[in-house]
Design a protein around this ligand. Structure first.
Ligand code: ACO
Length: 424
């Protein structure tokens, strides 16, 4: 691919191009301002590449998603979440012994320092678990102050992935006033999480294999999604050489927003509202089309996918199977399907290529698994952890990384003299 040319104020500038392994083309404008004094303006970064990355490939037009080259459909069907964590972070699928060691690490690092329990005590029972997760992940930096050292990175990666489910489950126990359940070393990552969430000291708890498989699938589907809002936040914060824990905590906060990971909670609330209002799908599709209403169909639309989100396709199928296997009759699934049908036949949604995204069906499965609505975005965060970590690691290991610092076009007042308070 040859150079690109920009004609600005009758002067021509030549800019080098970069071509990725899937033939994606980028124009390298990093030196353009120095030559021309002009910057490129792209609010929302819809057409701006912030890095070169070898982790995840998305083709939004064709509905393709691959982690390290492996199609999401194959990983969803055949892999375990810990394998996917290893793949994303270290670049290759683990061999048998590597996976065994990795799994052992995830188990043995799952306990929290006992003092952290006191932090949980300070929150009100109504505390949103995303706020707790973000602040507890920041707090981990106080217990592991050497997280910034390169030779301590692997153990801190392990700690973070292993302790996050413990934090998540404890935040739930705190909310419902039940005693904390400690992680167990004889359980896998997914079993341990379900055990810490749902076991009570008074009786034995057996993990339902259907629920465990569904959890494994959901975590894999959420594991990475290249330079989305939370991942870009993690890279942005990490680019100042802030440590792993606080960079990830910032990503958790970004994920919480209803336009991003917070949408899974909002979808269920929306479906319940539509149901309570007599299942009038067209009314809500019309409301979503009316920009002045401020209402959007949650779980619909995506910055990158202009075709069906492949994760939504997998989850739509899985929702049927999981509800069936668990014997759960969930009217919201029917409502979601009907709403999707009405929206997909509507000219407004067709024109803008708005399809269900990963958040549209995930909440229905979480509900059937017994996960409370308030915890949905936390589940997303547990899944996204290996993605954030791998992107943070790649950024820090790339010698070309600079502190992230966009420019702006200033539109405020030009210079003016200070006016004393008596003269205003
Ligand atoms: N309902 C109604 N209209 C929508 C929706 C929606 N869910 N999504 C987009 N549109 C419309 C917009 O009004 C806009 O119309 P216009 O071109 O006439 O102005 C057009 O479609 C494009 O939308 P943008 O907001 O410009 O698209 P963007 O790429 O900036 O936003 C986003 C993507 C934030 C996901 C958006 O589709 C949305 O708000 N969806 C609902 C929230 C949601 O489900 N978020 C989860 C995303 S997946 C994830 O983060 C894991």
């Amino acid at each position: 691919m040859g150079n690109a040319k920009i004609l600005l104020d009758e002067k021509e500038y030549e800019l080098p191009t970069v071509v990725g392994s899937e033939d994606e083309v980028g124009i390298d404008i990093s030196k353009f301002r120095a030559q021309s004094r002009a910057i490129t303006l792209d609010s929302g970064y819809g057409n701006t590449g912030s890095c070169q990355s070898a982790i995840t490939f998305i083709n939004g037009e064709k509905g393709i998603l691959r982690y390290r080259g492996y199609p999401i459909e194959q990983l969803a069907k055949q892999a375990s979440f810990s394998e996917v964590c290893y793949l994303l972070i270290y670049g290759e699928l683990p061999g048998g012994q590597q996976l065994e060691e990795f799994n052992r690490g995830l188990t043995y690092h799952s306990m929290l320092h006992e003092d952290m329990k006191k932090l949980f005590e300070g929150y009100p029972p109504t505390a949103h678990p995303m706020a707790i997760l973000s602040s507890m992940v920041t707090s981990l930096a106080t217990y592991y102050p050497h997280a910034h050292l390169e030779d301590r990175l692997d153990v801190n990666i392990m700690r973070l992935i292993a302790k996050a489910p413990t934090i998540a489950a404890l935040s739930y126990k705190k909310a419902i006033g039940q005693p904390f359940i400690y992680p167990r070393n004889d359980m896998s990552y997914t079993e341990n999480f379900l055990h810490m969430m749902f076991a009570v000291p008074a009786e034995p708890y057996t993990v339902n294999p259907v629920v465990e498989r569904a959890l494994n699938l959901l975590l894999i589907l959420h594991a990475d999604h290249e330079q989305n809002c939370s991942t870009s936040t993690v890279r942005m914060v990490g680019s100042s050489h802030a440590n792993l824990y606080v960079s990830i905590a910032a990503g958790i906060s970004a994920l919480w927003g209803p336009l991003h990971g917070g949408a899974n909670q909002k979808v269920i609330e929306m479906l319940k509202m539509i149901h309570a209002d007599g299942d009038n799908y067209q009314k809500y599709v019309d409301k979503a089309k009316d920009k002045s209403s401020g209402f959007r169909l949650m779980g619909f639309g995506h910055r990158v996918y202009k075709n069906f989100d492949p994760r939504a396709r997998i989850l739509k199928e899985a929702a049927d199977a999981v509800l069936d296997q668990l014997g759960v009759d969930e009217p919201l699934l029917e409502i979601a399907r009907n709403l999707e049908k009405v929206a997909l036949e509507d000219e407004f949604f067709i024109e803008r290529r708005l399809y269900p995204n990963v958040d549209f069906y995930s909440g229905i499965i979480y509900s059937a698994m017994g996960i409370p609505t308030k915890m949905f975005t936390v589940m997303f965060a547990l899944g996204r952890l290996p993605g954030w970590i791998s992107q943070w690691k790649e950024m820090r290991e790339d010698p070309k990384t600079k502190i992230n610092r966009p420019r702006q076009i200033y539109t405020g007042a030009t210079e003016r003299a200070y006016v004393s308070i008596d003269d205003r």
